[in-house]
Unconditional design. Structure first.
Length: 72
């Protein structure tokens, strides 16, 4: 899973899987869910993210995998 914030558009994309999206559904104003060909959720796009989520803090708890930080 990857979280990508794009400050120039104030959007946050949560990439849940390494599968391509083939369908998108807006479930609320500025919240779009992306699905793969089998109907599985692969991503969440949040427009105007700074007004919808707290971008100043990210807490990870008891994740079974490795946590990486990407700069850039």
């Amino acid at each position: 899973m990857k979280l990508n914030y794009f400050p120039e558009t104030d959007s946050l994309y949560i990439d849940l899987a390494e599968r391509p999206s083939v369908e998108s559904r807006e479930v609320s104003e500025g919240i779009v869910l992306d699905y793969d060909g089998q109907g599985r959720l692969v991503g969440i796009d949040i427009d105007n993210a700074s007004s919808k989520v707290d971008l100043q803090r990210l807490v990870l708890s008891k994740l079974p995998g490795t946590v990486e930080t990407a700069l850039g």
